[in-house]
Design a protein around this ligand. Sequence first.
Ligand code: NI
Length: 505
Amino acid sequence: MRFSVRVRTMTLAIVAVCLASCSVATDPVVPEVIPDSVVGAAVPALDPEGIPGAIPVVMNTDGTAAVRAHWVYLNGAEPYNDHVDARLLGILDQHAGGRYNPSVPDTGKPSMANGLKLNDEVILAGGPMLGTRLTRSTTVNGSTTTISVTTEYTDLSTGTVFGGSALVSAEGVETIRKLLVEAEQPNGQHPEAPAGPVSTTAGSSDAAPSQPATEEPLPADLLLGGAAFNPSGELVIPFTADPVSGVAFTTPHVVHVSARAAAPLLSDAGRQMQQLAGTGQPLTARTPAAAGQEHINCDLLPCAALTYDDGPNTQTTRLLGILAKHSIHATFFQQGVSVASFPAIAAAVAAAGHSIGNHTMNHPYLTKLSAAAITAEVQGASATILQASGQAPTFLRPPYGASNALVKNTVGMPMINWSVDSLDWLSRDKNAFIPTVLNLVRPGAVILQHDIHATTVDGQDQLITALQEKGYHLVTVPQLFHGIELQKGHGYFCRGTEYPCTPGR
Ligand code: NI
């Protein structure tokens, strides 16, 4: 009973804040708890499809640290995207009880009977501002409990981020807090309180009076951490727990304060967000990342990089069609002599947004060459690739993965090796190399194949589908190693914490 009293008194306090102008929308989900409430609907999430450049992401993991997460990247908004990643990684590290590492689900669709749910939705997109709301909940034996609802507002032009509590001025926060505390006092019943349930429940409140004056005030970022505006300008405040007693609610309560009642409580930022929420002003255009370079964080998501060596040749053209069909990008380690033979195909690879790496001019064992010959092999291939495709390679794959101290000191670029050898050139059989890849692949993998063999290309549609069904995001080498400063002459095999991979954080 005490629980329902506190809920009631809290909402009455908000009625007092609202005066007569508060919205009295009734949430059909919780009418028994708050019969006369100002509880209303949460601010509706915006459909990412309506936001130019929005990239919705879904992540599922299972096992002991099961996670189901949804969030949105914004193409060309790197500070925002990086902030999203850092925030999610912080939560996931906490959930994992240590360093979170990306994983793929053991099964196609984890049941999530137990685990963490993170749902980061866009609730405001106007001018330079993007507003998001992160709902964090846990599921135990199939029953979901919301832990927190927090909003963030990012100025995409500066990268500045502020939380929901910044929508309200310091005085406004105190006004709201005072009313909540007063509502907790015995005999603090608001004159507008209806008869009936209040009088019966008030007794139990009297029996155990709280002493809010001596309690630590709830920090503003907890009190108003999920604040947002709906399109009609109402200040909408979700609570996952009673803001005074801290007693958790089973489902979040969402309190609406009318635009008029909220006006004296708002900060400058709050007035700006209120205005943007109401105008439907489109998001200011950004320069999107080039194809194959869209934002992804492979410390957060399970990634794998498909790489194709020794081309291009006529098989490459067929492969480009398969990659396009799946809307993915890959990395091609091209030989100079092949590029010289098929310059138009090399150009088509680059034009489609794939990444091109240097695989030397003539595919020798660099370990058997002099420094001058190594340089000629590498620089010759780079010049040929640049001339044909317009793309200057920034990394090398030494033929056969062969390297030594002289090679390392001479090549002048990072060396990208592999962690998964498909042996496609040996089997020439997709029924052999596809299972090999699927058995060996791990998050952060670099997968070695060759686009010069028809049998390899024959298997790519099936392989790509299987990798994606496992949960892998198929990325280019620059995307896989994004955020890691690749060193000239160093060898890289995969991204991650396990040998021989390179950790990204
Ligand atoms: Ni090769």
